[in-house]
Design a protein around this ligand. Sequence first.
Ligand code: AMP
Length: 222
Amino acid sequence: MRILFLGPPGAGKGTQCKNLSEKLKVPHLSSGDLLRDAVKNGTEVGRLAKSYMDKGELVPDPVLIDMFRERLNSKECANGFILDGFPRNLAQAQALDKMLEEIKQPLIVVLNLQVPDHLLMARITGRRTCPDKQCNAVYHINFKPSPDGKNCECGAELVQRSDDKEELVKERLRIYNEQTAPLIDYYDKKLLLRTIDGDGEEQAIFADILHTLTPPAVPDSV
Ligand code: AMP
């Protein structure tokens, strides 16, 4: 399965990609997680990325394109992948098309997780994440609290992402609407788009995603 997730920050892409990655046994490639790892590891890419991420702005396209080219060409992705957060604008989408064409692994489906604007701010500012690289679990102080309200089930202390503060969220949503939302139309024109209602309970949304990915049964008479 080669799947791309679209949706604004706070739509629940990370959570659903993680669910789907476990179910389908294909890697979840999150641009945000890859960049945050680079920042944590103090690499050159990480230092450059941080200066943009701290302002809620997009990191320059070549950084993301190189990062994903390397991943998509690796053995890890030989049996499929789930892309989350990349591409984020038209230039990245065109670069992705080209690299997938080169490796003859076109996207099978693009899932657009739709959530009304007025819900996004509360969802993002209440989000708490597990800093453990292997775990990366995501909670919410109201909608999905951790068992003790402080620590992840894996034991690590939960943190609020520095770009999940209100001022930065406003900028991230503005950039999403300006640069990323046009990709909905881009993939719709390629007949790849399926829209999922992302306003609801996590497991119900996941069931919807699985249903969308299931090919329709062929009637006996055919
Ligand atoms: P996310 O975790 O997807 O919300 O991403 C966090 C931040 O990483 C974004 O606000 C951007 O600064 C940066 N970022 C993630 N993906 C991309 C991308 N495809 N292109 C440029 N910047 C990105």
